[in-house]
Design a binder for this molecule. Sequence first.
Ligand code: IPM
Ligand code: MG
Length: 361
Amino acid sequence: MTQNYNITLLPGDGIGPEIMSVAVEVLNVIGKRFDLKFTFQTALIGGAAIDETGEPLPSATLDMCRNSNSVLLAAIGGYKWDTLPSYKRPEAGLLGLRAGLELFANLRPAKILPQLIDASTLKKEVVDGVDIMVVRELTGGIYFGKPKGIFTTETGEKRGVNTMVYSESEIHRIGKVAFETAKKRGGKLCSVDKANVLEVSQLWREGITKLAAEYPEVELSHLYVDNAAMQLVRAPKQFDTIVTGNLFGDILSDAAAMLTGSIGMLPSASLGANGPGVYEPVHGSAPDIAGQDKANPLAQVLSAAMMLRYDLNQPQAADLIENAVLQVLQQNYRTGDIMSPGMKLVGCRAMGDALLQILEL
Ligand code: IPM
Ligand code: MG
């Protein structure tokens, strides 16, 4: 029997629409092979939404996402909207989507692909075999804590305020996702905090440590965030799964991504307790190359694979897409961001066509 899925597409800004159209073509081909029917609906977010409606996350978009099986997002932001006040910027749309769908768990894999090992700025022996999953808390911490804002004191001086806060239940639910993830991977979990200075981190460490009793098969360790940043570039192979708060996760996941040489290859999943997840590339909207058919669509395509795996429970379809990505690299196709001497330089559409050719076989 055909399985039906309603998917909300959020192409967003910059290169978003170009890479999204490749992912949609890939999903349609996969659908035929596995008897899955995708019904796509497109909605506005980010700068594109600001231009049309004045808001970065129109309520119609959030409603459509809530009522779908899953959400595929490309990228948001661009120079054009950079001077708007923070609550009106494209980024506010993304944060609103995370909060609105309660996507508290962000999974960011950083795995080195043998075909691209020379793209890393680190020595081959340091990065060869790196396979890290960063589990970032996504709806709490300093991103959402209150009080927040810019206030004027009695003396007329301005003060900028944000608050880093985690409650026990928030620590517990992200901890559970992290332990479950580590259990299915290499069985090692490193929790990253700043417990030598911050009370919020002391509670974090206590909560994660308590959970460890439920997961005897997972080996738990703790690192302070400054040391974790250093270890990530010094000896990244020591890490399997990392769990950390919103801000530390934002920073460390970019560092982990760059170990692989190209942020243009990395997908991510943002998951809630139930309801649809949001799948998006780790990279941004790259406004400098937008509309020029130069973007790398592979992270978007791999995000669609993560969607099939986590939200739609179609692991075989996901495997097929991931293998096709390895094969196009094996055939030496490269977009500009991962280009190296001797390889075949292609644009976004040609990279998509090469993928479709493999998937249609
Ligand atoms: C990310 C981005 C976002 C974040 C921005 C665009 C709001 O950097 O997804 O990592 O800080 O979470
Ligand atoms: Mg970031």
